[in-house]
Structures are given as structure tokens and as C-alpha cells.
Design a protein. Structure first.
Length: 632
């Protein structure tokens, strides 16, 4: 994704055109196609360009409207261009009009109302001198991100990256110890607004922000409304309808500046497999082959993921690129170099993603498709509860067995699982909230890396209880709970992570399962089209008949190679040891001493300490990257 930065003086003093230099330099990977700055009066805007649509190649941001003086920077891809062009009567310039230019025209016509007319992924900042107001917005699902800081009566500033924004001259915010505590217990989805810097905040998805000399207003502009139920006559008709909606979502995300600039992540699962099957099918009409990028192991016989990836690669129109974790000499130097820029400790473990993205960039891709949102959009996780509440006992017993087989669950017996289902279904809301807020599971775990004193200092237990109490208070109706999950914190922080890592590799990440039409379609489906007979995502499995190999469509078991990539990074050089020693005094104020040892024993792993030390390591690497950016 491209990088945005803006600054407005709120006390009337003119803005320095060099104000954003350091901020923009720290977003260099987001701007391989150039960096541009424009200043006017109290406002300065900067744009790091990654051209990922045909019309964006010749575009130069910040944009300026000659008559009104409105200025715009936007990281944007619009999917309903034709509709907007027709409504704005811009057919005569449609071929050359960029998405950002179209947004500016929409603002001039509809003002804030333009947000309800746009489909796609975006974050933008617009200065309207007619109102002496700076306006910022983020797309409904939160695919693009924007960070801001505000000092009333003095200034407002925003940027795509929190670290880049923190380097704004005169700002220098301290690290946010509350968020550092979140990192040490893997509480990434603690809230929607905090960052690792005090006073810097994420603009929430589906929100806009207005700021001027009189103050700042933050408001939600979009809600996901439950669509009417879809009633078709057969499974085949549902599958066909699903294919059409998914194909449209993929087609929008194939829009690219040139042939060969689109790649796709291909795992051995259904979601990325479906995206690749549809994308290769669509590209075949132009004679183009789809570049796919997969993380594999050396032995397809013992690794389900590797075996099903090779089965998926039998699809026509695929140009396959494989990254093998057992051959680190081919990928590890790039991954370790990328880790030195770590923007958030939560990204430390995502070395499989880094390896695949870096291979994509080396192969000429600018855009990387993925299926990250499929598990959320196509999920109907409370189906067993639904069977229980409707008295379908035989179906409940059968589906529990099949789901155990599908997920490879061995931790609980089927009787234990049925008990959990009944408790979840019957426990009233008030009892769930009391259990989550005051239950014994919320005392500090002896396996956590974090020190009790530090946890109490930042109020971590209360923070954790509040987060889990909010989950307990989530809607219990089947449809309402699905909407809640789709717009929940986990999908948002997941897309933010993909964005950060893709941007650090010079790529734009695109996920068809964040398409609003696809989301609404899936919300309209009968439950049995999403899960039945112990099979999840059933409508998609049927829709992929003849496109995706049966070994992928009906795969049993879940397997992920992510930790094996991180282990190779770890074993190659212990790259975090120097970082750990450099920051030991600071780390010792937060984590237990044993978590700072460099080696893991089998006994440590059995006690659950392995992951905790990895969290401490991630914090050490983050602190080193932060120190390097500060120039200390």
C-alpha cells in the first residue's frame, strides 16, 4: 500500500514544507514509485507512491482542485468506478481518471456523503480550504490504515505508519507501556485504537475524522446491515451464486498496472485455493498465467499442507513459486533484513508471510492476493449450539464427530465437547459476563513472560477482563453474532498485519473476502450452506467443483508451517540475542528473568515457556528497530 502523511497547524502558523521529511523517509518501502510533498498555508501533505492500478501510474499526489483549492492524498482502490463515473458524468475522462481523482470529484459533489457511495479499500486525507477543515477516513473493513495524533489548538498530524508519525519533529512520544504489556501476552486484539506510542491512535475502520481550529470530531459512518435471507431451490444454485459473487470480488482485485504484477498466496487450504482457482480462470481469458507463491516443506508425504499445495498446483494457468522452510539459504537473509524494520512486536512471528512476500517482490509482483478473511466470512462456528437449541440431537452427535475429524481435535473427547456446547448455549448472558470478568482463569498465568509488578502497574488484568467481558457480551443470536465476528477486532488486526508486512516488502495485499458484496451475500445464506455434516464452508467447496482439486476441497486436518519458518530464523543466527542484551535493563522491568535466556530446553517447551520467550524476543527486536529509527 502507498504511504500517507499530513500535518496541519491549528494556531495559524504556516506549515513547514520540510515538516514531513523524516516521516516520509521511514515509509520509503511504501513509495518505490516516488515521494511527493505539497504545502499550502497551515497544511503540508506527503505521499509515498506504490502504483497498483493502471490509472495510478501517471498520477501525482497530493492532488489539488484548481477552483476550490481542495487537496487530497489517498491510498485507494475503488471497485465501483463505472457507477461513480456515471453518477458524476465523467465518462469523457474515465480512461485516465485515477481512483484518487474520482474520490476528489465525489467529495466536491457529495462531501461526507461520498463515503456511502464508495466500494473498495481506502484511507485518505483531504484538506478543504472552504471549510478550513482537514477530513480523514478509513474504509469499512479496515484494509487500509491511518494513524493520527492531536494536540488541541496546536496541531494535528497523521500518517500510515505509527513509527513514521512518531518521528515528526517536536513529537517524540514515549512508548506505550500498556501496549507493550499486550505484546507480552499476545493480546493483539485488545482494542481498536491504541498503538505502541502514547498519544498516537489508529483511526478505526468505518470512521471519519474532522479537525479544524475549533476541535476534532470522530464519527462512525457505516454499519453492516443484515441482508434479507437468500432462498434458492438447490445446493447447485447456491454454489453458482456464490461463484459469481466471489469471481466479481477477485476480478476487482486483479486490476493492476501491468501484466505479471499480480501474485497470489496459495496454501493447501480452501480459501486461498478458491481465490487462485478463480483468479487463474479469469486471467486465462487474457492469456496471462497467475503467479502463485507457497510456503512448503521438503516432504509432501508427511506434511498435509505441502501435499495439498502440490495438488493445488495441478490447476491450469498457474506459474508456481515455492519457498521451502528447509532451505533457509534461499530466503532467510531477506527475512532477517526485513525483521530489522519490525514495526510491531506482533509481526515478529510472521516469517512465513515475509518469505512469501519477498519472493513475490523478487518475481515482479506488486499486488498479492490472499484468502485471509475466508475463515471469518464463511464461518458458522455456533452451528453445534444451533443443533442443540433446536433439538437436533442426532445431527449434533454426528457433526461433532465429523468436526473432530476435520480439525484433528484430540484434546477433548466428544463428550467433553458436547458439554462445552451445552454450557455455551444455556449459560445466561449475565453469568457468562461474571465468569469472564471474575473467573480464576484471569489471574496471571505462571507461564506468562510478564512480571506481576509490571502487569499491575499497567492494569493488565483489568484490561484483559474488559476485553473478555466484551466478548462475553457479544450478541448471541446466530445472525447477529456472525456480523459481530466479521467486524470484530481479530479480522481488523489481521488485515493491519498483512498491510504492514506487505508494505515493508513493497507490495499491496488484497483479500477478496473483505469485499462488501461478498460479505453481504454470505450473511444472507442459510446456515446449512456454510456448515453441514461436519463440513465448514460448504457452499464454497461445492462452488469449486471442477476448479479446485478434490484433495484440497475435501482436505481433513489443519496444518501451518509458520513456526517452522520462525524456528529457522531463530536457529540461523539467534539474531535477537544482541537486541535482548542491548535492551536488558528495560526488558527486565517487564519480563521474568528466565524469559531472557537465549536457549530453549524441552522442559521449557513443555511448561509453555517457549512462546513466552518468543514474545520477549519480539519485543527486543522491536526495541532495536525503534532505537535505530531514533538514531540512538
Amino acid at each position: 500500500m502507498s504511504g500517507l502523511a499530513a500535518y496541519i497547524s491549528l494556531n495559524g502558523s504556516p506549515a513547514d514544507a520540510n515538516k514531513l521529511d523524516r516521516t516520509l523517509s521511514l515509509m520509503a518501502s511504501r513509495g518505490p514509485d516516488g515521494v511527493h510533498v505539497a504545502a499550502a498555508g497551515t497544511v503540508v501533505m506527503g505521499y509515498c507512491k506504490l502504483a497498483t492500478t493502471p490509472e495510478a501510474v501517471a498520477e501525482v499526489q497530493p492532488l489539488k482542485h484548481s477552483e476550490t483549492g481542495c487537496r487530497l492524498i489517498a491510498d485507494i482502490r475503488l471497485d465501483n468506478r463505472d457507477e461513480l463515473i456515471g453518477s458524476l458524468a465523467l465518462q469523457h475522462v474515465a480512461k485516465t481518471l485515477s481512483d484518487a481523482e474520482l474520490l476528489l470529484e465525489a467529495w466536491l459533489r457529495w462531501g461526507e456523503g461520498c463515503l456511502g457511495r464508495m466500494l473498495g479499500d481506502f484511507a485518505f486525507v483531504l484538506w478543504d480550504p472552504r471549510r478550513q477543515t482537514l477530513f480523514c477516513a478509513r474504509d469499512p473493513i479496515g484494509v487500509r490504515q491511518l494513524i493520527y495524533t492531536y494536540l488541541p489548538g496546536k496541531f494535528f498530524a497523521c500518517a500510515t505508519s505509527p513509527r513514521a508519525l512518531s518521528r515528526l519533529p517536536g513529537l517524540d512520544p514515549p512508548l506505550n507501556r500498556d501496549r507493550l504489556a499486550d505484546a507480552l501476552i499476545d493480546l493483539e486484539a485488545a482494542d481498536i485504537s491504541s498503538t505502541f506510542y502514547k498519544g498516537l491512535y489508529r483511526l478505526p475502520p468505518a470512521h471519519f475524522l474532522k479537525v479544524n481550529a475549533h476541535g476534532m470530531e470522530l464519527r462512525r459512518y457505516w454499519e453492516l446491515v443484515q441482508p434479507p435471507p437468500l432462498r434458492l431451490s438447490s445446493d447447485h444454485e447456491y454454489a453458482e451464486a456464490f461463484y459469481e459473487v466471489l469471481a466479481a470480488a477477485v476480478r476487482h482485485r486483479l486490476r493492476a498496472p501491468s501484466n505479471g504484477s499480480v501474485g497470489a498466496m496459495l496454501s493447501g487450504g480452501m480459501d486461498s485455493g478458491a481465490v487462485c482457482a478463480v483468479a487463474s480462470n479469469l486471467l486465462s481469458a487474457t492469456g496471462e498465467r497467475l503467479k502463485t507463491f507457497s510456503a512448503v516443506g521438503p516432504d509432501r508425504e508427511t506434511c498435509v499442507e505441502t501435499r495439498t499445495i502440490h495438488e493445488a498446483l495441478t490447476m491450469p494457468g498457474i506459474d508456481a513459486h515455492l519457498v521451502d522452510y528447509s532451505r533457509p539459504e534461499e530466503w532467510i537473509s531477506g527475512v532477517r533484513g526485513n525483521l530489522e524494520q519490525l514495526e510491531e512486536p506482533f509481526d515478529f512471528h510472521a516469517n512465513l508471510l515475509r518469505a512469501v512476500y519477498l519472493e513475490g517482490r523478487r518475481s515482479g509482483a506488486r499486488i498479492m492476493l490472499d484468502g485471509g478473511g475466508g475463515d471469518i466470512v464463511l464461518d458458522y462456528g455456533r452451528m453445534l449450539e444451533r443443533h442443540f437449541m433446536t433439538g437436533r440431537w442426532k445431527v449434533l452427535w454426528r457433526d461433532t464427530r465429523q468436526l473432530n475429524a476435520y480439525f484433528g481435535i484430540r484434546a477433548f473427547s466428544r463428550h467433553d465437547e458436547l458439554f462445552q456446547v451445552m454450557r455455551s448455549a444455556l449459560l445466561p448472558k449475565w453469568a457468562r459476563q461474571i465468569r469472564w470478568r471474575y473467573g480464576p482463569s484471569h489471574s496471571l498465568s505462571p507461564h506468562w513472560a510478564i512480571l506481576d509488578l509490571f502487569a499491575h502497574e499497567v492494569g493488565l488484568i483489568d484490561r484483559l477482563r474488559q476485553r473478555r467481558a466484551a466478548s462475553a457480551a457479544a450478541p448471541r443470536g446466530f445472525l447477529a453474532s456472525r456480523r459481530f465476528e466479521i467486524l470484530g477486532l481479530k479480522p481488523i488486526v489481521g488485515r493491519e498485519r498483512y498491510d504492514r508486512i506487505a508494505a515493508s516488502c513493497g507490495l499491496e495485499a488484497r483479500d477478496p473476502y473483505t469485499d462488501l458484496d461478498l460479505i453481504r451475500f454470505c450473511l444472507s445464506l442459510p446456515a446449512e450452506q456454510l456448515q453441514s455434516g461436519g463440513w465448514t464452508k460448504l457452499v464454497q467447496r461445492r462452488a469449486m467443483d471442477g476448479l479446485l482439486p478434490d484433495g484440497v476441497r475435501w482436505r481433513l486436518g489443519k496444518e501451518h508451517l509458520g513456526w517452522l519458518f520462525t524456528q529457522e530464523v531463530w536457529n540461523a543466527a539467534r539474531g535477537w540475542d544482541d537486541a535482548r542484551d542491548r535492551h536488558r535493563p528495560f526488558l527486565e522491568s517487564m519480563v521474568r528473568p528466565q524469559t531472557l535466556r537465549g536457549n530453549y530446553s524441552a522442559a521449557d517447551a513443555a511448561k509453555g515457556l517457549k512462546a513466552d520467550r518468543a514474545f520477549a524476543a519480539s519485543l527486543a527486536v522491536f526495541l532495536s528497530a525503534e532505537q535505530m529509527c531514533r538514531g540512538d
